[in-house]
Design a protein around this ligand. Structure first.
Ligand SMILES: Cc1ncc(C[n+]2csc(CCOP(=O)(O)OP(=O)(O)O)c2C)c(N)n1
Length: 321
């Protein structure tokens, strides 16, 4: 395994293992915020973020754990945030849907569907005005395209040739409603073409392909600044919101579920490495053990951290000067 392949593997596994532990520990009720897990969607975050520099910026939505971790967000600060604790990345006030770590370019996550998109476009405008060569990436789900503000922001980005990649993680569902009941087809590149934005639709479960595609997009944006729309088709393995499985509600059929589980992004990648004789089961077990140790320590840290002080309740409501 070369360094890049190893980094990608570590990132994929870290997101998977952190979220597995969140779902296993959730019933203890120490984490009291809702959680929208990215299990099954990890390759989108890792493939895109591995192509970015630290000064490139990422913006995200309610399903932001994978983006935060893929952009190297601090794990302890994330888990403290989920526990509502003082050392959380938002001081314990935001919870799972408000992850940010400005020190590594993970700028902001907002759960109001699509509302992050114009904020990210504003950041791209700022890069342009300051003549910086960096890129903004905004991650959102397929339902965000059904909000008018996506179109307003995309139009602005196109007119002003802004250095932004719109990454749509299409997991086919807006909560429980399938895309077939919401749209005439699932090719969302049409929502880019109408704004004269270049676009591409591909699998969101093949991490290396996403990585190389994003690299190409970035080098083209750096030569000739303009927005790009990337549609990544993927699937969430668990319920829309929460740590459990809600397939007993029958809004997803068994064939569909088993197709996507057979195409799990992490299995696809580990199988690829094993086939090339770059990864053995023993090495994989070792990596998992090491990551789980780091994750256990971070959970313990979060558990032992203090809650915010009550007299700070009305602080931070408005930006501090
Ligand atoms: C403006 C707005 N409307 C409704 C909601 C409630 N809501 C939360 S998540 C969600 C579905 C989002 O689906 P998508 O954007 O495809 O992302 P996914 O959850 O599939 O990752 C909805 C409707 C919301 N948060 N904001």
């Amino acid at each position: 395994m070369n360094n890049l392949e190893k980094r990608i593997l570590m990132n994929l596994l870290k997101i998977r293992l952190v979220e597995k532990q969140i779902s296993e520990r959730y019933a203890e009720q120490l984490m009291r915020c809702p959680v929208h897990l990215s299990l099954g969607q990890e390759a989108c975050a890792v493939g895109v973020c591995q192509s970015l520099n630290i000064a490139d910026q990422v913006y995200s939505s309610h399903r932001c754990h994978s983006h935060y971790l893929a952009k190297s967000g601090n794990l302890k600060a994330m888990l403290c945030e989920l526990h509502g604790k003082r050392s959380g990345c938002c001081g314990g006030r935001g919870g799972s849907m408000h992850l940010m770590d400005v020190s590594v370019g993970m700028m902001l996550s907002i759960p109001i569907v699509a509302s992050i998109i114009p904020v990210a476009v504003g950041a791209a405008l700022s890069f342009k005005l300051k003549k910086k060569k960096n890129i903004v990436v905004v991650f959102f789900g397929d339902a965000a395209l059904e909000e008018g503000v996506y179109h307003e922001a995309a139009n602005f980005a196109s007119i002003h040739n802004l250095p932004i990649i719109f990454v749509c993680e299409n997991n086919k569902y807006s909560c429980f409603t399938n895309i077939e009941n919401r749209q005439p087809n699932d090719d969302f590149t049409r929502f880019a073409k109408c704004h004269k934005i270049k676009s591409h639709k591909m699998s969101g479960n093949k991490v290396m392909e996403i990585f190389y595609k994003t690299k190409d997009i970035i080098s083209s944006i750096k030569k000739n600044p303009s927005p790009f729309f990337l549609q990544l088709d993927t699937y969430r393995n668990v319920e829309h919101c929460g740590p459990n499985n809600d397939d007993y509600l029958n809004y997803r059929n068994n064939n569909e579920i088993s197709y996507w589980l057979q195409n799990d992004p992490i299995n696809l990648y580990t199988e690829f490495l094993k086939k090339k004789k770059k990864l053995s089961d023993k090495t994989l077990d070792k990596i998992i053990l090491k990551l789980n140790k780091e994750i256990d320590e971070a959970f313990l840290f979060a558990k032992n951290d203090k809650f915010p002080k009550i007299d700070t309740l009305d602080k931070f409501i408005y930006a501090q000067k």
